[in-house]
Ligand binder design. Structure first.
Ligand code: IMP
Ligand code: MG
Length: 178
C-alpha cells in the first residue's frame, strides 16, 4: 500500500479568509437586489460554505446535497450517486452551487444538469479550488477561490479517507519516497 505524507501549507488561514471575503463581496455585488439559494455539496464544502455565506449581504437561503465522490483512493471514479437530495424546491430560485474543489468536473457536470432540469431561475457555480489540469467534463465555474496544480488536497473541508477536514488551512498529500 502506498503511504502518504503531508506537504507544506499550500494556502494559509489568512489567505483563505481574505479570498472568501473577496468572493462574498463579488457575489453580493453580482446578486444585488436578488436572492440566492446556496447549495452546499457535502461534505467537503461545509467549511467554505459557512464562511462564504457570512460574507454575502443579499437574502440567502441554504440547502444541502450529498453525492458520492471518492472512496478510499485519491483518483476520481467518475461515478456519481445522490446520497442526499435537496429539501427545497429550486424552481424560480437563483441557485448557487458551492463546491470545495473541481477536479475532473464529472460530479459538477452531473449536478448541474440534474439541477437545471428543475427549472431554477439561474444557476451558477462557486468553487473554492479549481484543478483545471484534470478536467474531463465540460464545466466552467463562475467563481473560483484559487486555481491550483494537480495535487491531492486536504484541509478546510477536504479529506483523505474522511480525515483532515478540520485543518484550518489547505495542505496536500504526497507519496512517501521509499
Ligand atoms: P470531480 O468529480 O473529479 O471534479 O471531483 C469531485 C469531488 O471529489 C470534489 O467535490 C471533492 O469532494 C473530491 N476531490 C477532488 N479532488 C480532491 C482533492 O484533491 N482532495 C480531496 N477531495 C477531492
Ligand atoms: Mg465535493
Amino acid at each position: 500500500m502506498k503511504k502518504y505524507v503531508f506537504g507544506e501549507v499550500m494556502i494559509g488561514k489568512e489567505e483563505l479568509r481574505n479570498r472568501v471575503i473577496e468572493l462574498g463581496a463579488q457575489i453580493s455585488k453580482d446578486y444585488k437586489g436578488k436572492s440566492i439559494l446556496a447549495i452546499c455539496v457535502l461534505k467537503g464544502a461545509v467549511l467554505f460554505m459557512s464562511d462564504l455565506i457570512r460574507e454575502i449581504n443579499v437574502e440567502t437561503k441554504i440547502d444541502f446535497m450529498a453525492v458520492t465522490s471518492y472512496g478510499a483512493s485519491t483518483k476520481s471514479t467518475g461515478v456519481v450517486r445522490i446520497l442526499k437530495d435537496l429539501d427545497s424546491n429550486i424552481e424560480g430560485e437563483n441557485v448557487l452551487i458551492v463546491e470545495d474543489i473541481i477536479d475532473s468536473g464529472l460530479t459538477l457536470k452531473y449536478l448541474k444538469d440534474y439541477l437545471m432540469a428543475r427549472n431554477p431561475k439561474s444557476l451558477k457555480i462557486c468553487t473554492l479550488l479549481d484543478k483545471p489540469g484534470r478536467r474531463e467534463a465540460d464545466v466552467q465555474p463562475d467563481y473560483i477561490g484559487f486555481t491550483i496544480e494537480n495535487k491531492y488536497i486536504v484541509g478546510y473541508g477536504l479529506d483523505y479517507n474522511q480525515m483532515y477536514r478540520n485543518l484550518p488551512y489547505i495542505s496536500y498529500l504526497e507519496e512517501e519516497n521509499e
